[in-house]
Design a protein around this ligand. Structure first.
Ligand code: F6P
Length: 323
């Protein structure tokens, strides 16, 4: 193997640059030429390639976002799109790919390998942490720390005004961002898609706090929760219990940016090196992750479909501590 490509795809996440850096440096260390592919599968179909010498990844480990940019591409999932991509790779002499992204990225990678024989190793780059095959995805730790910093600020004004805040966080269909950040900020209630939360229960928790003279409260709502999100939930709660002056904050895309934490930088670096070395050992068609501190190789067909279940102990802790 002489030449490999690397790209980022799907929603960006903090740590993707650290991962790109690790792939490039490990590739060069192992005497490979590394080509950067811009904007994920879109750039692959347009031969939007960029040579990546070692200095191309200097001074990026600390930066959020992705220097290779990213995109979501439905066009790539067509037969024609995939054929164009495969022939561009052949023309450029790229023998294998490292794909940094989420479940959608791995669905495309799995087909590209199965139908066109392109060797691909996937790395879990998404803030959602919704991939089986790794304890944590690249960007998750930074995202939950961003939520904690934001909600700590919201708590300052909530306590000053004796207000109840509903704060909506990202995660698509996963409640993992809400779960850990909710515990870390001492939320009175945490609503996640994995568990049905009854309006009655939220009202009871808030009433109990009111009885205990809690002058303000924070409720964390995962965007994918069945309640329909923070605005919807706030409206329903207020109809049943309007003792508090209530406000809503949707944290949105600030959870996707920011300088990656040490945890994400180290995770990204470990996985980037592992991806290159897996390709050199003839591995492909799988995502590399870390479970219980060990490298794990999960076939795309498995890493793609599942979402991690929320640890019931975390739910129990959240309930106990919201007294
Ligand atoms: O998958 C990452 C993610 O941030 C989800 O948590 C969120 O629902 C989605 O991307 C937002 O997508 P977009 O950036 O296209 O608005």
């Amino acid at each position: 193997m002489k030449k490999i490509g690397v790209f980022t795809s799907g929603g960006d996440s903090p740590g993707m640059n650290a991962c790109i850096r690790a792939v490039v440096r490990a590739g060069i260390y192992h005497k490979l030429e590394v080509i950067g592919i811009m904007r994920g599968y879109e750039g692959l179909m347009e031969s939007d390639f960029k040579a990546m010498p070692s200095h191309a990844v200097s001074d990026i480990i600390q930066r959020g976002g992705t220097v290779l940019k990213t995109a979501r591409s439905s066009r790539f999932m067509t037969d024609e799109g995939m054929e164009i991509a495969a022939s561009n790779l052949k023309q450029e002499g790229i023998e294998a790919l490292v794909a940094i992204g989420g479940d959608g990225t791995f669905r495309g990678a799995e087909e590209l390998e199965r139908k066109h024989g392109v060797k691909v190793i996937g790395l879990p780059g998404t803030i959602d942490n919704d991939l089986v095959g790794t304890d944590f995805t690249i960007g998750y730790d930074t995202a939950i720390n961003t939520v904690v910093q934001a909600v700590d600020k919201i708590r300052d004004t909530a306590t000053s005004h004796d207000r109840l805040f509903f704060v909506e966080v990202m995660g698509r269909d996963s409640g993992l961002i809400a779960m850990r950040s909710g515990i870390a900020v001492g939320a009175e209630a945490i609503l996640v898609p994995e568990y049905k939360t009854y309006l009655e229960k939220v009202v009871n928790i808030l009433e109990r706090g009111w009885q205990r003279k809690k002058s303000s409260s924070i409720v964390i709502v995962a965007e994918g929760d069945q309640s329909g999100g923070a605005f919807e939930l706030a409206k329903k709660v207020q109809e049943r219990f309007n003792n508090y002056d209530t406000r809503v904050s949707v944290l949105g895309h600030l959870q996707r940016g920011g300088s990656p934490t040490c945890m994400d930088r180290v995770l990204a670096s470990r996985l980037g090196v592992a991806a290159v070395e897996a390709l050199l050992k003839g591995r492909s068609g799988c995502m590399v992750g870390i479970i219980d501190k060990e490298l794990v190789y999960t076939p795309f067909t498995q890493a793609v479909k599942h979402t991690q279940q929320i640890n019931p102990n975390l739910m129990r802790i959240a309930e106990i501590l919201s007294l």
